[in-house]
Ligand binder design. Structure first.
Ligand code: AMP
Length: 188
């Protein structure tokens, strides 16, 4: 099974993905993490993308597509990926479909975490202290939320039409959200 976890920055995608990964023996593919690794390792790509990430904009579709393609094509990850942070716009959603089809795979469910901007601001300021991410100051966080708002509707409509979308209330406790997500995955 392949899953997508979708939602605004600070919605808890990373936290819920690591829970799902352990419980269902999946592999968490976080495009944000992969990009941060590139920056940390000061690669050519890392140098190119650091200012984009720190401004709260999206990195180009081509760059992220190349990163995820490496995983999708690998045998050990076949049908056991949870996509965390990809797709982020309609063209990425369509691209993901094509990449998966090329290796006889598909998305089985899209979990959308719904969270208000107020909650996000609060969570991101807490995360800033814990993870020390350079894109977690309030101004950039709001920009990232706006970027999400701008692109998310078309992605949500796309998956809704395919009958894959499940909306989860992300305002509750981590344990409550995990338990609802578990129940949804168990019936796939
Ligand atoms: P995240 O860790 O998912 O919050 O991502 C952090 C940042 O990485 C985002 O604000 C974007 O700048 C970049 N990023 C992550 N995933 C993508 C993606 N699928 N497409 C474009 N940019 C992305």
């Amino acid at each position: 099974m392949n899953l997508v976890i979708f939602g605004p920055p600070g919605a808890g995608k990373g936290t819920q993905s690591s829970f799902i990964t352990k419980k269902f023996n999946l592999y968490q593919l976080s495009t944000g993490e992969l990009l941060r690794e590139e920056i940390k390792n000061k690669t050519k790509l890392g140098k190119k993308i650091s200012s984009i990430i720190n401004s709260g904009d999206l990195v180009s579709d081509e760059i992220v597509s190349e990163l995820i393609e490496k995983f999708i094509s690998k045998k050990e990850f076949q049908n056991r990926i949870i996509f965390d942070g990809y797709p982020r716009n309609l063209s990425q959603a369509k691209n993901l479909d094509i990449l998966l089809k090329n290796s006889n795979q598909k998305i089985d469910m899209v979990l959308k975490l719904s969270v208000s901007l107020e909650t996000i601001k609060q969570r991101i300021s807490e995360r800033k202290t814990l993870e020390n991410r350079t894109d977690d100051d309030e101004k950039t966080a709001i920009k990232r939320y706006e970027t999400y708002e701008k692109n998310s509707k078309l992605v949500i409509d796309f998956y809704e039409r395919l009958g894959l979308l499940k909306v989860v209330n992300g305002e509750r406790s981590i344990a409550e959200i995990s338990s609802e997500i578990s129940a949804l995955i168990e019936v796939i």
